[in-house]
Design a protein around this ligand. Structure first.
Ligand SMILES: CNC(=O)c1cccc(C)c1Nc1nc(N2CCN(c3ccccc3Cl)CC2)nc(N2CSC[C@H]2C(=O)NC)n1
Ligand code: NI
Length: 183
């Protein structure tokens, strides 16, 4: 299982690399890695398992965070209706997005960042993502709310981008124009 020892922290060069596309069909090794990434995110949200293994909670994880420079992400999050969503994806790509922005009013955290970095992280409010799931099926999904935010945060990791790269350094709490605040 993946634990915090497997998660690299800011300063490690892999976090600033552009990750490689996963060739198809995905190898059993890559499928196993992606499955373990989803298992981490689920475990990290379980009070007993996260306590037992000292896991920091998260709703998303990208392969570069476990020092694997491949385009793989795992997401386990509830939408605003409380519906649980689970994604283990190869080669996710944002194919279109809204002009309108959104942001988490409490800012963003990252399992590879062992400090709070206060500030508003402007994201696209709605995105369309194409990817291949762990079963090898092509998916084409439209996302909004927290799911849109976590997808953008994790896809950023595949391009060597950290959430705080988006924070306005002059005024970290400046609300972006035309943006939806998400609590
Ligand atoms: C600096 N302020 C803050 O961190 C911050 C502070 C307050 C609120 C928010 C909303 C903040 N922001 C923030 N909180 C989260 N969690 C809230 C707690 N939760 C969780 C915790 C326990 C059990 C189950 C779960 Cl579900 C896990 C997820 N996650 C992210 N991000 C940014 S996008 C990727 C995602 C991620 O997984 N990061 C590790 N941001
Ligand atoms: Ni992160």
């Amino acid at each position: 299982m993946i634990t915090m020892e497997n998660i690299i922290r800011e300063g490690h060069p892999t976090l600033r690399k552009v990750a490689e596309e996963v060739p198809f069909p995905a190898s059993d090794h890559d499928k196993d890695t992606l499955s373990k990434m989803l298992e981490y995110v689920k475990n990290s949200q379980d009070p007993e398992i996260s306590k037992k293994y000292g896991l920091r909670p998260g709703i998303g994880l990208a392969a570069p965070q476990i020092n694997v420079a491949k385009r793989m992400i795992a997401i386990y999050a509830q939408d605003e209706k409380g519906v649980q969503h689970s994604y283990a994806l190869f080669n996710p790509k944002i194919v279109s997005h809204s002009v309108e922005k959104s942001y988490l009013t409490s800012g963003e955290g990252c399992l590879s960042v062992d400090r709070a970095v206060p500030g508003i992280v402007p994201r696209y409010a709605r995105i369309r993502v194409k990817a291949t799931n762990i079963e090898g099926e092509k998916i084409d999904i439209r996302l909004k709310g927290v799911l849109a935010i976590v997808f953008q945060h994790e896809i950023d990791h595949l391009n060597g981008v950290m959430f705080y790269d988006h924070i306005n350094s002059e005024n970290p709490f400046q609300e972006p124009d035309n943006a939806i605040a998400i609590d």
